[in-house]
Design a protein around this ligand. Structure first.
Ligand code: 13P
Ligand code: SF4
Length: 368
């Protein structure tokens, strides 16, 4: 049975810990207005050059939108070469980013692993802030930029380093596995990180009877269903995935008995129980590629279905649309502006970075 950490203990310890220097919350990101950046005109020549790409994505990008996107895609791809930059994009990016400008796309684990291999001096992280922080932790001497530093995550903002210290005090000696969807300050208090694709493997690798798996309560509960290890969870949740309900999934099945339903493990366990498969964003993509269902519903963020639909023309996608407002902060105009200005650059206090790097490296060592 999963134990969910009592937040009232947490609050008491938080008050005590509030005087410790590391208990301070990360400073709020400063936002400067995006500069006006020149983009080429959508001329017949540019339209012709971009036509092969449009042919690939026409199914998911309306033709009225393409004349707006195409010049940005053209210019970003030109400028990233000039600036020796690589674009890492999460699977939730919109199709014009995912198919148009990303050099490497993937789930959180793949992006973390790929970040250790890039040769370019500049990494543009098209995803949310914790992903850019992970890239920076793994590439301290590179410039890591995020097109909008306010792209946060409800899981990352649900917990602080002081909360982790309070949990350690409540459960002495119990190892702490932290989801990568957390700030560097939280990772610094952690034994090892995990992602949705390796949480079970990471927890079992510790050979401990009890493990804390924080901060996503639903991920912890979903892993608990697969292991004998006793899991202590924290009350954090993804604001996108917690909104799905098992009744919603049952309604889709009733209307359409032949439908395949696959769900991300950040969904509540009763939602995952209704699904035919559950896995990380990339595991879900691979499931569709390998299984080729006639009709599938991906119970996760909206843009994923669009991105996968491009590569699976014979699969019909039913889209129960829940958008991640943080991922959607990343747009082509902001990516272009960030390449021009090299902003917002991700920086991490070196003392925190030195400690936060270790649990990510331990996780990667287990997966490579
Ligand atoms: P993945 O690691 O499965 O890509 O998940 C990241 C995420 O933020 C899902 O909401
Ligand atoms: Fe965070 Fe959920 Fe958005 Fe993923 S989908 S970045 S977990 S808020």
């Amino acid at each position: 049975m999963t134990i969910v950490y009592d937040a009232s203990i947490n609050e008491r310890t938080k008050r005590k810990a509030a005087t410790a220097p590391a208990a301070k919350k990360a400073p709020a990101a400063k936002k400067t207005p995006a500069p006006k950046v020149e983009v080429p005109e959508y001329t017949p020549g540019l339209a012709k050059e971009m036509a092969p790409l449009y042919a690939r994505v026409a199914k998911v990008i309306p033709s009225v939108e393409w004349p707006f996107f195409a010049p940005y895609i053209y210019e970003i791809n030109r400028l990233k070469k000039q600036k020796n930059a690589v674009i890492l994009a999460h699977n939730y990016m919109t199709p014009e980013i995912f198919h148009g400008v990303a050099d490497i796309a993937g789930d959180s684990l793949q992006l973390a692993i790929e970040a250790t291999k890039v040769e370019e001096q500049v990494i543009v992280q098209c995803g949310v802030h914790f992903m850019a922080e992970t890239s920076k932790l793994l590439n301290p001497h590179k410039t890591v930029i995020i097109p909008d530093a306010l792209a946060g995550c409800s899981l990352a903002s649900s917990i602080t380093g002081a909360d982790v210290r309070a949990m350690r005090a409540a459960y002495p000696g119990v190892p702490v596995v932290t989801y990568v969807n957390t700030t560097a300050e939280v990772k610094a208090e952690t034994d090892i990180c995990c992602t949705s694709s390796n949480a079970l493997k990471v927890i079992e690798s510790l050979n401990a009877p009890r493990v804390m798996c924080i901060p996503d309560e639903y991920l912890a509960r979903n892993v608990q269903a697969q292991t004998e290890v006793e899991i202590i969870a924290y009350k954090g949740a993804c604001e996108v995935h917690e909104r799905f309900t098992p009744q919603e999934l049952r309604n889709y099945r009733e209307t359409d008995p032949g439908i395949s339903i696959i769900a991300h493990p950040e969904c509540p366990p009763d939602v995952v129980a209704e699904a035919d498969f559950s896995g990380s964003t990339s595991a879900m993509i691979n499931w569709v590629k390998d299984t080729q269902p006639a009709k599938v519903m991906m119970v996760t963020e909206c843009s994923m279905s669009d991105n996968v639909a491009v590569e699976n023309p014979n699969v019909e996608f039913i889209r129960p649309c829940n958008l991640c407002p943080h991922m959607k902060r990343i747009t082509l105009p902001k990516i272009l502006a960030s390449l021009h200005t090299m902003q917002d650059e991700v920086t991490i206090d070196p003392a925190i970075a030195a400690r936060a790097r270790l649990p990510i490296e331990r996780m990667i060592a287990l997966n490579t």
